[in-house]
Design a protein around this ligand. Structure first.
Ligand code: AMP
Ligand code: MG
Length: 502
């Protein structure tokens, strides 16, 4: 198959960090999804990829001439326990493309068969979970949240065995890189400090080139990752996203969301919400995500310490520990600032200054407290607040049982909006419009996602395609998509479970 124009820096610059491999053959490839807009970003010809050639390519049967498929090595803490060797057990990096905007992007298969890192697994994936990656990834992208994205999904024509027999599929995933906290942990665990240094330098050249060659670059990298993750997690929290499995191997250095397995969006607001069937202790509960991000950063920091100080030099080690501790301890502040920034847009406060921080934080917290106490739908609560900003209060009031509590809060909020306008804020109409750009009308609601994936598994892609169309325009109130804005029945949410064995 013709070349893609790959430039494979990882394969070229980091020999020993991966194992070469080939995708398993697929008996009957069929293209289920192709992302035209993303193909165009990558300078790929979507029309040419739509036919039988595309199906063969995206199922792994025929690769571009310049692909160099490799399984990357990484380790990771899973639910707090360390696994020194995970690696791409069912994924292959095909290569890297420079997109139209000049960004280097990884093109990788997921579900393409066994690799030396497969351990007990079959290396395969099923149609439902791979289309789930499409839906959630595209939704996140449309919401403005950094994320890996799906370029294509092809059914393989093979049956994969999970609890039941399922149709197999391969996802083609596009990522700023697949470098993870766990990639660094792999080389630290093996005591390979030379390689750790090379990994850090490769990562810095790729994601933080301004730090390249500087003496304090390891610390700088930690700080950059902390900033990106603080911004990312704040965006998750402001749309009600629960990743579900924030293991260190699922936390990127790039700051993109990765690995849409047991993830789900919150319905009625409750910070303790957990949907993952294997998260018994609630480690990855919605409200715990900022704490886990910090914990994961501390694991990254451990890997960078040997690059910052000689192990024999006690004073240098102490100094390095103090430096990374300062970054880790600054994380809650970075996160709080990013969260408040997002919350202000959702609250309609556009002329705020640092002097308003305490008031606005309390206003946001009390609002969330109300949503929690009255089990209000998180997405609709925020969305209808925008209507209230221009005097349409009934749809908001309808969401609350204790309206006196709501009124009390609304009085504070209106006063705060008046203060915002006095300071140069946008006024009621524009405020409402801008709030609607910060609080989506449509999110991938769990019951709709399940419905679409169940139909797709049975061979009917229409519900998947309709849902995808709605998710790509999350801020528009299009009557044609009204069913996607409705909350799930409470009993469906109470019973809802997501699974890791994707
Ligand atoms: P994940 O939960 O998707 O982040 O995966 C964690 C680890 O398990 C990674 O090393 C995966 O490559 C590996 N893994 C997950 N599913 C499979 C599978 N079906 N076959 C082989 N390895 C897998
Ligand atoms: Mg993973």
């Amino acid at each position: 198959m013709p070349s893609f124009g790959f430039d494979n820096s990882y394969a070229r610059e980091l020999p020993g960090f991966y194992v070469a491999g080939q995708p398993a053959p697929a008996p009957a490839p069929q293209l289920l999804f192709l992302n035209d807009a993303l193909a165009s970003e990558l300078r790929l010809d979507a029309t040419a990829l739509r036919g039988a050639d595309g199906a063969a390519l995206f199922a792994g049967n025929v690769l571009p001439d310049d692909a160099e498929p490799i399984a990357q090595a990484y380790a990771g803490h899973q639910f707090g326990g360390f696994s020194p060797q995970l690696g791409d057990g069912r994924a292959l990096l095909l290569g890297e493309l420079i997109d139209r905007a000049g960004r280097r992007r990884d093109i990788a298969f997921k579900g393409s068969g066994r690799t030396p890192f497969s351990r007990g697994g079959d290396g395969k994936a099923a149609v439902g979970p791979m289309l789930r990656e499409v839906l959630i990834g595209e939704a996140m992208h449309a919401l403005g949240i950094p994320t890996t994205r799906a370029l294509a999904v092809a059914a393989t024509g093979e049956t994969v065995r999970r609890d039941v027999a399922l149709p197999g599929a391969v996802l083609t995933r596009v990522a700023a890189s697949h470098l993870r906290v766990g990639t660094f942990q792999y080389f630290l665990a093996r005591g390979e400090l030379d390689r750790l240094q090379r990994l850090a330098d490769y990562t810095i050249a790729r994601h933080d080139p301004a730090l390249a060659g500087t003496p304090e670059r390891a610390l700088g990298l930690l700080h950059a990752v902390a900033q990106r993750q603080a911004a990312l997690i704040a965006m998750w929290m402001n749309v009600g996203f629960i990743h579900g499995v924030m293991n260190t191997d699922n936390m990127t250095i790039s700051g993109e969301t990765i690995d849409y397995g047991p993830c789900a969006f919150i319905e009625a607001y409750d910070p303790q919400t957990v949907f993952s069937s294997i998260d018994h202790g609630g480690r990855y509960a919605y409200g715990n995500q900022p704490h886990i991000a910090r914990w994961n950063l501390a694991r990254l920091a451990e890997t960078l310490l040997p690059l910052m100080a000689d192990a024999q030099d006690e004073a240098a080690i102490q100094c390095a520990v103090a430096q990374v501790t300062e970054v880790i301890d600054a994380f809650p502040g970075l996160y709080a600032a990013a969260l408040l920034h997002g919350q202000r847009a959702k609250l309609g406060l556009f002329a705020a200054t640092a002097a308003d921080d305490a008031t606005d934080t309390a206003l946001a917290q009390d609002w969330l407290g109300l949503l929690n106490a009255q089990s209000v739908d998180f997405t609709l609560g925020w969305r209808q607040l925008a209507g209230a900003a221009e005097g349409r209060e009934a749809p908001l009031r309808d969401l609350f049982v204790d309206r006196a509590a709501l009124d009390e809060w609304l009085a504070r909020w209106r006063e705060r909006c008046a203060h915002d306008d006095a300071a140069g804020g946008p006024g009621a109409t524009l405020r409402a419009a801008r709030m609607r750009q910060a609080s989506p009308w449509v999110i991938p609601r769990n019951h709709r996602v399940e419905e679409a994936l169940a139909a797709a598994t049975d061979g009917d892609l229409a519900p998947f395609e309709q849902l995808l169309a709605a998710l790509r325009r999350p801020f528009d109130e299009d009557a044609a998509f009204a069913r996607y804005a409705e909350p799930a029945p409470a009993d469906a949410t109470a019973r809802y479970q997501t699974f890791c064995g994707t």
